[in-house]
Design a protein around this ligand. Structure first.
Ligand code: KG4
Ligand code: ZN
Length: 327
């Protein structure tokens, strides 16, 4: 039984988890910084890295304790080394490397998005490779062909804002609390999705790229015009964003002949997106459970287990990379 300690500190959540065989979560501790950043309306990088420093040691201890493990029970230490905020990544990478050095364990760097993709292996009925993945987070919106573990082909990506970023920016325009995704979702439940006709960008073209900055600008202009409720704007914005993701994913399925879709990233927690993907695509969709959609250590441990098995190890020279590409 291989047990991996997974550590995640790429943005504003500190995560530490122990996962067995890349599938079974023995513990999964997440310290959210939402309350700390809420008063600024978004993540303040310097504060984020300081918060990671404050809690990482206790969090890792708690994860080990919950799992009933000591250092001797851990086979590898997996840590997110990018992409993300440099200061935040540095905390996790330095902590993980130090632990690996002290415990004489392999150190496994993990790409944050690969972690999100591997979160579906922690759910029932994990997908078999190859599959198509729709990654939707605060920093990424991509369609990725996953041929086999750690072999990926980028089919399309956003040319400007990520979809999660657009939820966050529109929430700020609507004066809804940070983080924007859950706030918009709550507000949208009370509104009419057909109230405003917002653009579905790039949906008339063959490319599998996305663009979300025009949608945010359209919301700004509609707000300035006035005469429409906040709930209706939220509902119409969410409908446009989800429609765009669905249209592009359908195109990707047609172009690749994919027989399974994986949904991954923070926006995978969106109820409308989950419901529509599940019933409108005609192929099975693997989604992480709600609690594994946001950043966490378990997904890093799951991806780290596979990297460890395939021999993709790091060493003392491994550094964090804020712009680390997956492909
Ligand atoms: O994956 P994640 O935790 O961090 C990054 O890797 O970026 O994703 C965070 C993003 C934020 O933009 C947040 O607003 C969005 O996920 N999000 C949602 C929902 N929950 C979180 N967006 C839409 N609907 C949600 N329910
Ligand atoms: Zn993430």
């Amino acid at each position: 039984m291989i047990r991996v300690l997974g550590i995640e500190t790429s943005c504003d959540e500190t995560g530490a988890a122990v996962v067995e065989e890349g599938r079974r979560i023995l513990s999964n501790e997440v310290a959210s910084q939402i309350a700390v950043h809420a008063e600024f309306g978004g993540v303040v990088p310097e504060i984020a890295s300081r918060q990671h420093i404050v809690c990482i040691s206790q969090l890792v201890n708690k994860a080990l304790e919950d799992a009933g493990c000591t250092a001797g029970d851990i086979d590898a230490i997996a840590v997110t080394n990018g992409p993300g905020l440099m200061g935040s990544l540095l905390v996790g990478v330095c902590f993980g490397k130090s632990l690996a050095y002290a415990w004489h364990k392999p150190f496994v760097p993990v790409h944050h998005i690969e972690g999100h993709i591997f979160s579906v292996f922690l759910a029932d009925n994990p997908p078999a490779f190859p599959f198509l993945t729709l990654v939707v987070s605060g920093g990424h919106t991509s369609l990725i062909w996953c041929e086999r573990p750690h072999s990926y082909r980028l089919l399309g990506a956003t040319r400007d804002d990520a979809v999660g970023e657009s939820f966050d920016k529109v929430a700020r325009l609507l004066e809804l609390p940070y983080p924007g995704g859950p706030s918009i979702q709550r507000e949208a439940e009370k509104g009419n999705p057909a109230a405003c006709d917002f653009p579905r960008a790039m949906t008339q073209t063959e490319t599998l790229d996305f663009s979300f900055s025009g949608l945010k600008t359209a919301v700004l202009y509609r707000l300035r015009e006035g005469g429409v409720s906040r709930e209706d704007i939220a509902a119409s914005f969410q409908a446009a964003a989800v429609d765009t993701l669905l249209l592009k994913t359908r195109q990707a399925i047609e172009q690749t002949g994919a027989s399974r879709l994986v949904l991954a990233g923070g926006v995978a927690a969106n109820k409308l997106l989950r419901a529509r993907l599940a019933c409108e695509l005609g192929i099975p969709v693997s989604m992480p459970p709600f609690e594994l959609c946001v950043d966490n250590g378990a997904m890093i441990a799951a991806a780290g287990y596979s990297r460890f098995k395939h021999g993709f190890l790091g060493n003392t020279w491994t550094r964090p990379h804020p712009g680390l590409p997956l492909v």
